[in-house]
Design a protein around this ligand. Sequence first.
Ligand code: ZN
Length: 226
Amino acid sequence: MFSLRDTLANRPLPKGYNKGMGILVLCGNRPVSITCLRNSSCPESFVVHFKSVIPIDSWVDKCINQSLIAMQRLFAKGNIAVLRGTTEDLSDDPNTQSLQDLYIGAQGNTKDVDTLIGYQNYVGYDDVIIYIVKKITMAPTALGDSPDGTTIEQINGAAVIAKDDPWVIPHEIGHILGLPHIYYDPKRLMFPTSSEARWTNWEIDPLVLSTDEYLDMKNSGITKSC
Ligand SMILES: [Zn+2]
């Protein structure tokens, strides 16, 4: 039987975390995947941290939580537990002001990206980082995904905007875990285009991943076994 406590005990906890902070700090208020994974003998897991250069108000908080729940449910269907790491508000740091409108250059590289990925407090080896910005502007030939979100090649990370679409973050993490786009079915997580129809009923009609995609994610080297 899957035990969250045992899983956490077997992997390095995020820097800055101590047991007194409780399990909710790591997993969020609704660790929905835990219920789904209870019957799994040995699920894979990874930790995701959120770092925001815009103030984490109730809207940003809602976007993070919805994305996490959607992702925990979807990934749990493939025996992958998504563990919440730390959430850091970087908006008071004057050096992050220019990163709110993040510019991605031709090769995915810019001074903005270099500065952004310098913020890795509390992030453990192989952990995933989601940076939340106000706007993403990409050079015409940039290798990025979309103005809603794009992976950052240098790290296990992505930059996203806060948006009422809980699939943007799971989609980018799908890329981080090695998945390419799927172009023929808008019901698939890795379909490249976001649309309102995809997210309005996200709870009752969630996007899907295939058996092969789950396998590729688990072979990415980023998830860890129990
Ligand atoms: Zn994509």
